[in-house]
Design a protein around this ligand. Structure first.
Ligand code: BGC
Length: 886
C-alpha cells in the first residue's frame, strides 16, 4: 500500500491568506522498504469535491516530494483552493489521491484593497491604551447564493474581529508584530457560513499593542504611530460569479469599549459595566456612535499571513492554592507559561477581580515581583453583576506560573481559574523521552521555553518590560526550536523584518523588530554603544536562514535573505581590520559565569568572539551562495572565510598551539567553528576538558559558549565528558535548574543560587530559552538525527546516535518534512539495540559509533570502519543490535 498521508503548503495543512504561491510538500507512507517516488501529479480545484477541476497536472517524472513549486496556477484574490497529489513509487505502485490541502488567496494587489485604515481614535489619544469599537452594518439580499466569503483584515495596533455578535477565528494579538512601516500582516477568515440574509454587522475591537503602546525597557510609546486603526476587506463571492465587497471606510461608526487600559507589559483593565450589549449584532442602533477618521498607512506594506498566528494552544488548571507567609493568596498553575488567566466570577456590579502574574516565589515562599522590573502584569476586571461572568484579557499577555489574587469578590474556587497558553501556532515536530527523568524534564523545560517565547516574535523572555526579538537569543536557539516545532514560516516572517530593519550599511539591530534605535535614551550601554551589530546577535541574519535551509530544504529562504546575509558579512568586512572584526557595543559571552562579580560580560575577549563569528557566518554565506549558484560570490566569500580563519589562527593561537584566551568559550568556538589548526585540535580539546575539570566538570559559559559546549566535546572524541556535562545536576548546570523545580529555562545559571538567594532583580528571567539551545544536542547527537547539508530538509540524513550518560534507553521522533524519523536505543551492558525509522522517499547513513560486533543487521549491509559500522539505508524500519567496546 502506497499512500500520501499529508499534503502541505509551505509546510502547513492550510493557508488562510496567500499572496505568493506556496511550495507543496507531502508525506508518503508505504509498508515497503527503500521506497522512492518516481512521479507525481497535482490537482487543484475551488471545490473540496474536486469537481470541477481547475488544474489537472500531468504526471511529472520526478523524485521531489517537498518544496515543489506550484507554478501553473493563476491565482485570483479571495478564492478558495483545494489541492491534492498522487504519487508513484519505484515498485510501480500508485497511491490514491492525498487528503486535500487548502488555501484561501489574499488580496493579491495593493490597489484591490479599496479600503481605508479607519480609527476610532484621534491624535489626542496617543498616550492612551484603551480599546475602541468599530462597527459596520450592511445588508445582504442574496445570502442563499453565496459561494464563499472571506474577510482580509489588519490593524495598526491590535484587533479582535467580530461578526454578528461573535468573535471570528481563534487568533489572539493579531496582526502580530512586524516592522510595521515596511511589513504589516493581514489575516484572512472564512465567513461563508456565518453571513446571514438581511442585516449583518461587522465589528472590531482595537487596542494599542506593540504599535502605539508603551514598549521597551526605556518605556517609549508610539514607536510606530499614535492612533490605532483597522483595515478590512470582505469579499462575498456569489455562485453566479458576481461579488459584493464591504470595506473599512468612513461609513463605519466608532465608540469607546469596556477595555479601559491594555498594554503588553502592564496588563488590562476592563469594566464590564461599560459593555455595550449587542454592539455588533443586528438590530442594534448605533445612534450616538461617533464617526471614524481615516489614517494614512501605505497599503503596499500589507502582506498575507497564511499561518502561525498566535492562538490559544493549551489550557492548564491550577495545581494548588497557596497562602504565603505574608498572607497573600496565590494560585499556582504548576508551569511557567505565557498567556492569560481566564476566570469565572459572580458578584455585584462594581466588584473587582485583580490579579498579579509572576514567575517564582522567593526563598521565604512569598510573592516575588521584582524581576518583572516595571512590567506590572496586572489585570483588573470590574463586574457588571449579571450572574456568572467569564473573562480573559485581550491585547496583552502575561508570563507567569503564579497568580496573586489581590481581589476576588467571592470564595476562591480553583475550578474557576484556567491558564490559557498562547503562542504562535506551529506543529510540534520533536518528541523526546529517555530513562533519565531529569533529562526528560529538561526537554520539557526547553519546549516550554519555546512556547512561552514564540509569541509572534522570538523573544528573550515573556514577562518583564522587554519581550523583544533579541537576535542573539533567536540565533542560538534556532536549531533547537526547529527540531521541536515546524518553524519555517515563523522564522521566515521574523527574518523578513530583520531584512527591513537592517541599517543601510547592512548592520543588524540587536532586536527585531527594532524599537531600540532612537529610543534607548536611559540605557547607557545602548546609547553609547549603539543599537545594532553585535557579534553572535547580528549573525542571526546568516545563521537563521541557513538553519531553515538545513531543516526544511527550501532554497527560497536563502533567496529571500540573500542580500540581507550578504549585507551583514559586508558590514563586518567594512569594519574589520586585517580580518579581525570588532565593533562598538558587544555583548560577548553574555551572562557567563566567568564574568567579573556583578557583570554581565563573560571574560572571553570580544575580538576573539567577533572574529570567530565573522568566520562562521562568512562560511555559511559562502555555502548559501554555492547553493544558489552565485559562483562569483561563492569564490569571493569562500576565499574570505579562509583568510579570516588564517588570521584567527595567527592572532589567537600561539606557535605551540595554545589559544590566547584560556576560557571555555574561546575553546568551544574555536573547535565548533573549525578555527583550530589541525595540528592543535587534540591540544585544544584537551585544554577544553582541563578548563572543565578546573570547575569540577561544570560550565562557566554564557550565551556564546553554552550552545556548542556539548558539541565541541562530542565532535572531538570526548563523548563521556559531553554526557557528564549535560547530566551534571549541581550548580551550575542545566539539571541544577531542573532539581530546583524549574519548568522553563532560566536566564542565569544562578537565577536562584544554591542558598536560595537570587541573581539581581534587574535581569533575572525564569523563562529565557537561550540556554535551552542544548536541546539540539539531544536530537542531533544523543539521538543522532543530523541533517545532511548536501541534501537538506532531511531528504538524506545521518543517524549516528551516541549512547552514554548511563541512560538505559532514549527515544526520539522528529517529524521531518518527509515524515517521521525515529530513533530508539536501548543499552544493556555492552549491547545496544537500535531501532530507526527512515521516511519514504528519503535515505540515511546509519553509523553505529563504537560498534565492535554486529549482532543483528536486519538485512542492511554495514561496513566496518574506524567509527564502528556504517551503512546507507533507504526508507523503512530497521532493528539493529551491536556490541560496543567495554
Ligand atoms: C536580554 C537578553 C539579550 C541581551 C542582550 C537582555 O536584556 O534579555 O536575552 O540577548 O539583553 O545583551
Amino acid at each position: 500500500m502506497l499512500a500520501v498521508t499529508r499534503l502541505t503548503l509551505n509546510q502547513e495543512s492550510a493557508l488562510s491568506g496567500v499572496q505568493e504561491l506556496p511550495v507543496l510538500g507531502w508525506k508518503i507512507e508505504s509498508a515497503d522498504r527503500n521506497v522512492r517516488q518516481t512521479a507525481y501529479r497535482i490537482q487543484v480545484s475551488h471545490e473540496q469535491s474536486f469537481d470541477p477541476i481547475l488544474l489537472h497536472g500531468e504526471w511529472q517524472e520526478c523524485e521531489s516530494s517537498n518544496n515543489v513549486a506550484l507554478t501553473e496556477l493563476m491565482m485570483t484574490s479571495s478564492q478558495h483552493y483545494f489541492i491534492r497529489v498522487q504519487v508513484r513509487d519505484n515498485y510501480g505502485k500508485t497511491s490514491n489521491w492525498s487528503p486535500a490541502a487548502e488555501m484561501i488567496s489574499g488580496v493579491l494587489y495593493p490597489h484591490e484593497w479599496q479600503a481605508e485604515f479607519i480609527s476610532a481614535e484621534t491624535p489626542v489619544d496617543k498616550d492612551h491604551s484603551a480599546g475602541t469599537l468599530l462597527r459596520k452594518s450592511f445588508v445582504l439580499n442574496r445570502a442563499q447564493d453565496i459561494q464563499s466569503a472571506f474577510i482580509h483584515v489588519s490593524a495598526l495596533g491590535l484587533y479582535e474581529l467580530h461578526l454578528n455578535g461573535r468573535k471570528i477565528g481563534e487568533d489572539a494579538l493579531t496582526p502580530g508584530w512586524t516592522s510595521y512601516h515596511n511589513h504589516l500582516l493581514y489575516q484572512t477568515y472564512n465567513l461563508t457560513d456565518i453571513l446571514e440574509k438581511g442585516e449583518n454587522v461587522l465589528g472590531a475591537i482595537t487596542g494599542a499593542g506593540w504599535y502605539k503602546g508603551d514598549m521597551g525597557f526605556s518605556r517609549h510609546r508610539n514607536y510606530y504611530g499614535e492612533q490605532t486603526a483597522l483595515i478590512s476587506r470582505l469579499v462575498i463571492n456569489y455562485k453566479d460569479g458576481s461579488q459584493d465587497i464591504v470595506v473599512s471606510d468612513e461609513s463605519w461608526k466608532a465608540h469607546d469599549s469596556a477595555i479601559l487600559f491594555s498594554e503588553i507589559y502592564d496588563g488590562e483593565i476592563y469594566d464590564a459595566r461599560r459593555e455595550i450589549s449587542g454592539w455588533c449584532a443586528k438590530g442594534f442602533s448605533a445612534d450616538g456612535w461617533r464617526p471614524v477618521s481615516v489614517v494614512t498607512h501605505e497599503k503596499s506594506t500589507l502582506v498575507a499571513q497564511g499561518s502561525n498566528t498566535v492562538r490559544k494552544m493549551e489550557e492548564l488548571k491550577p495545581v494548588q492554592l497557596i497562602t504565603t507567609p505574608q498572607g497573600d493568596t496565590v494560585i499556582d498553575f504548576g508551569q511557567n507559561l505565557s498567556g492569560w488567566v481566564e476566570f469565572k466570577v459572580c458578584g455585584n456590579a462594581g466588584d473587582k477581580v485583580v490579579l498579579r502574574h509572576f514567575e517564582v516565589l522567593d526563598a521565604q515562599g512569598n510573592v516575588y515581583l521584582d524581576n518583572l522590573r516595571t512590567a506590572t502584569q496586572r489585570t483588573e476586571y470590574v463586574l457588571k453583576g449579571e450572574g456568572e461572568e467569564i473573562w480573559h484579557p485581550h491585547f496583552t499577555w502575561q508570563g507567569f506560573r503564579y497568580v496573586k489574587v489581590e481581589q476576588y469578590p467571592a470564595a476562591l474556587d480553583l475550578n474557576n481559574f484556567t491558564a490559557i497558553v498562547l503562542h504562535s501556532a506551529m506543529e510540534q515536530t520533536g518528541y523526546f523521552a529517555c530513562s533519565n527523568p531529569g533529562l526528560n524534564q529538561l526537554h520539557h523545560n526547553i519546549l516550554w521555553g519555546l512556547k512561552g517565547n514564540f509569541i509572534d516574535v522570538p523573544t528573550d523572555c515573556p514577562q518583564r518590560d522587554e519581550r523583544l526579538g533579541w537576535t542573539g537569543d533567536a540565533q542560538i536557539f534556532c536549531r533547537t526550536a526547529s527540531y521541536l516545532m515546524q518553524t519555517r514560516n515563523f522564522f521566515a516572517k521574523w527574518l523578513t523584518d530583520l531584512r527591513y530593519d537592517q541599517t543601510p550599511e547592512g548592520g543588524v539591530p540587536h532586536v527585531i523588530p527594532d524599537i531600540l534605535t532612537g529610543y534607548c535614551g536611559k540605557d547607557r550601554l545602548l546609547s553609547e554603544g549603539g543599537t545594532h551589530s553585535a557579534s553572535a546577535w547580528a549573525d542571526a541574519a546568516v545563521i537563521n536562514p541557513w538553519t531553515m535551509y538545513l531543516m526544511y530544504g527550501d532554497t527560497r529562504v536563502l533567496e529571500n535573505q540573500y542580500d540581507s546575509m550578504k549585507g551583514w558579512i559586508d558590514f563586518m568586512t567594512a569594519h574589520a581590520e586585517n580580518h579581525i572584526w570588532h565593533y562598538k557595543l558587544q555583548f560577548g559571552d553574555w551572562v557567563a559565569l566567568d564574568a567579573k562579580e556583578g557583570s554581565y560580560f563573560g571574560v572571553t575577549p570580544n575580538d576573539l568572539t567577533c572574529t570567530a563569528y565573522y568566520a562562521y557566518s562568512t562560511q555559511l554565506f559562502a555555502k548559501a551562495a554555492k547553493v544558489l549558484k552565485r559562483d562569483a560570490d561563492y569564490q569571493h566569500y569562500n576565499a574570505l572565510h579562509q583568510a579570516i580563519v588564517r588570521r584567527f589562527q595567527e592572532e589567537f593561537f600561539t606557535p605551540s598551539g595554545r589559544l590566547a584566551a584560556r576560557t571555555q568559550t574561546a575553546h568551544i568556538l574555536a573547535l565548533y567553528f573549525n578555527l583550530v589548526p589541525e595540528a592543535f585540535r587534540q591540544k585544544t580539546t584537551d585544554t577544553l576538558v582541563e578548563l572543565l575539570n578546573e570547575h569540577n566538570g561544570h560550565l562557566v559559559t554564557g550565551f556564546v559558549g553554552t550552545p556548542y559546549f556539548c558539541h565541541a566535546l562530542s565532535q572531538n572524541g570526548r563523548i563521556r565528558e559531553a554526557w557528564d556535562l549535560l547530566l551534571k545536576d549541581d550548580f551550575p548546570s542545566w539539571l541544577y535548574q531542573v532539581k530546583a523545580g524549574a519548568t522553563t529555562i532560566w536566564e542565569h545559571w544562578d537565577g536562584i543560587k544554591p542558598d536560595g538567594s537570587m541573581w539581581s532583580a534587574d535581569m533575572n528571567s525564569f523563562n529565557h530559552y537561550a540556554y535551552g539551545a542544548v536541546g539540539e544536542w539531544l536530537y542531533r547527537v544523543a539521538a543522532g538525527i543530523e541533517a545532511d547539508e548536501e541534501q537538506p530538509g532531511f531528504k538524506h540524513f545521518i543517524i549516528k546516535p551516541l549512547t552514554g550518560g548511563g541512560l538505559n534507553w532514549l527515544e526520539t521522533r522528529y517529524q521531518s518534512v518527509y515524515g517521521a524519523i525515529g530513533v530508539r536505543w536501548e543499552v544493556s551492558g555492552q549491547e545496544v539495540n537500535l531501532c530507526v525509522k527512515v521516511p519514504a522517499n528519503t535515505s540515511a547513513t546509519v553509523v553505529l559509533t563504537g560498534g565492535e560486533t554486529l549482532l543483528e543487521a536486519d538485512g542492511v549491509d554495514f561496513i566496518r570502519n574506524a567509527e564502528g559500522f556504517t551503512a546507507e539505508v533507504g526508507s523503512g524500519e530497521y532493528r539493529l543490535k551491536y556490541h560496543v567496546a567495554g
